[in-house]
Design a protein around this ligand. Structure first.
Ligand code: ADP
Ligand code: MG
Length: 238
């Protein structure tokens, strides 16, 4: 695990600035949720932590190391997306092994890591299936398995549950949280769903139009919202 420091980060696409100086401190092992309306800059910020977008100004440090110029593959992070993009022609096992194979990990290491992830996620019986033979929840677990096998210092989630039905979403929230507590991996989790933020986060970052409105534990935001935006956003139904 590692801390993540986001220091006065700005992002422009062409002449349009979409993040206007965002600062967030994330401690080792903390589960932080970035929440805010569609278009407020959550995914852009997450992609900058991952190294998939350049930082226009400011800096991001992971485990105390400034990573502005570090390519994604050297950042020791793993990202789970909304459309988990499993490879349809590969089995569950091969989907989970893929990044380790790319990194030329030894065969025994790959087998051990895939086995460990499968045990953690309850996928042992499904390793030879193809994605089309899995339920939505099982596919989501495989997507998490692909992240776990790499033993990253930081997990990044971008709305990983938004394609699931309501019941499964509630179940997967609990599963992700349980998994994170077991592995104690520092996690940044993006959602536009207030309930998800309130039930999952150690600490919530409320974003609006490219800036941070308030940062704090769920109860603090609920009891003492910094302004009307936070009060309205946290207080309103999903
Ligand atoms: P969120 O994830 O909170 O919905 P995004 O980070 O996706 O928001 O987008 C923030 C803003 O940046 C939006 O106005 C979006 O249109 C813009 N944006 C995101 N990616 C690009 C891009 N590659 N080129 C231009 N504008 C972008
Ligand atoms: Mg987004």
């Amino acid at each position: 695990m590692a801390s993540v420091s986001i220091r006065n980060v700005r992002k422009s696409f062409g002449s349009t600035e979409v993040l206007h100086g965002v600062s967030v401190e994330i401690a080792d092992g903390e589960f932080v949720v970035l929440v805010g309306p569609s278009g407020c800059g959550k995914s852009t910020l997450l992609r900058m932590i991952a190294g998939l977008e350049n930082i226009t100004s400011g800096e991001i440090a992971i485990g105390g190391r400034v990573v502005n110029n570090v390519p994604p593959k050297d950042r020791d992070i793993a990202m789970v997306f909304q459309n988990y993009a499993l490879y349809p022609h590969m089995t569950v096992r091969d989907n989970m092994a893929f990044s380790l194979s790319l990194a030329k990990a030894p065969k025994q290491v790959i087998e051990a890591e895939v086995g460990r992830a499968a045990r953690i996620l309850g996928l042992e019986g499904l390793l030879h299936r193809y994605p089309r033979q899995l339920s939505g929840g099982q596919r989501q677990r495989v997507a998490m398995g692909r992240a776990i096998v790499r033993n990253p210092q930081v997990f990044l989630f971008d709305e990983p549950l938004s394609n699931l039905d309501a019941k499964l979403r509630v179940q997967m929230r609990a599963e992700i949280r349980e998994l994170q507590m077991r592995l104690n991996t520092t996690t940044v989790y993006v959602t536009h769903d207030q309930i998800e933020a309130m039930t999952m986060a150690d600490k919530i970052v409320v974003m609006n139009s490219g800036h941070v409105e308030q940062i704090g534990p769920p109860l603090e935001l609920y009891d003492r919202p910094a302004n009307l935006f936070v009060a309205g956003f946290i207080g309103s139904p999903a």
